[in-house]
Design a protein around this ligand. Structure first.
Ligand SMILES: CC(C)(COP(=O)(O)OP(=O)(O)OC[C@H]1O[C@@H](n2cnc3c(N)ncnc32)[C@H](O)[C@@H]1OP(=O)(O)O)[C@@H](O)C(=O)NCCC(=O)NCCS
Length: 148
């Protein structure tokens, strides 16, 4: 398994993974939303804020983050490759390029939603603590914060 910054040439394989996991994310339901997401991924790739995990040249994990806002913006691992510490390795890779003095924030599903079980357990395991209850794309979410 190779963890690296994404390159423009990765975009098709990247979007194949996003299309597979799109039901886990509010806001990715339509073809137009996926097209918009593709443009977003290319922007993050251009500013070295897109990390991927590759297995035999196929993208099996992706992470978008913002250095300016100290945030994880998108994180997903292919269903067939989960519980192999791929997300954990991508987060560790991200931490090497983030300001070590700033807290890191992410929003995910609130407690009690089946889609949120993996993500909430994952962030807690990585040391994030529960934060404010907010909304995103009209859905209730909760912030998780990695205190530094
Ligand atoms: C959340 C997600 C990215 C985790 O990816 P992953 O590569 O499977 O996670 P890791 O293998 O690095 O998990 C590390 C640890 O987190 C915890 N964890 C991860 N998934 C879990 C689950 N489904 N249930 C309980 N604990 C879990 C475990 O402690 C795990 O260590 P262990 O397997 O040794 O027990 C993945 O499940 C996913 O893509 N889910 C759908 C999309 C999503 O929810 N993204 C985040 C939204 S903000």
């Amino acid at each position: 398994m190779e963890i690296s910054f994404g390159k423009t040439s990765d975009i098709d394989s990247w979007m194949e993974l996003v299309t597979k996991v799109k039901d886990d994310f509010p806001g990715l339901e339509t073809r137009e939303a996926l097209k918009e997401h593709r443009r977003t991924v290319l922007e993050f790739i251009n500013k070295e804020s897109a990390i991927c995990a590759k297995y035999h040249n196929k993208i099996v994990g992706v992470l978008l983050f913002s250095k300016e806002h100290h945030m994880i913006c998108f994180l997903a691992v292919d269903m067939a490759y989960r519980r192999q510490h791929i997300a954990e390795n991508m987060v560790s890779y991200m931490l090497t390029v983030m300001d070590s003095k700033e807290d890191i924030m992410v929003t995910t599903y609130r407690e009690g939603v089946p889609e949120g079980i993996a993500a909430r357990a994952f962030y807690k395991r990585c040391g994030f603590v529960e934060g404010r209850l907010t909304e995103e794309f009209g859905s209730p979410v909760q912030e998780f914060v990695l205190k530094r």
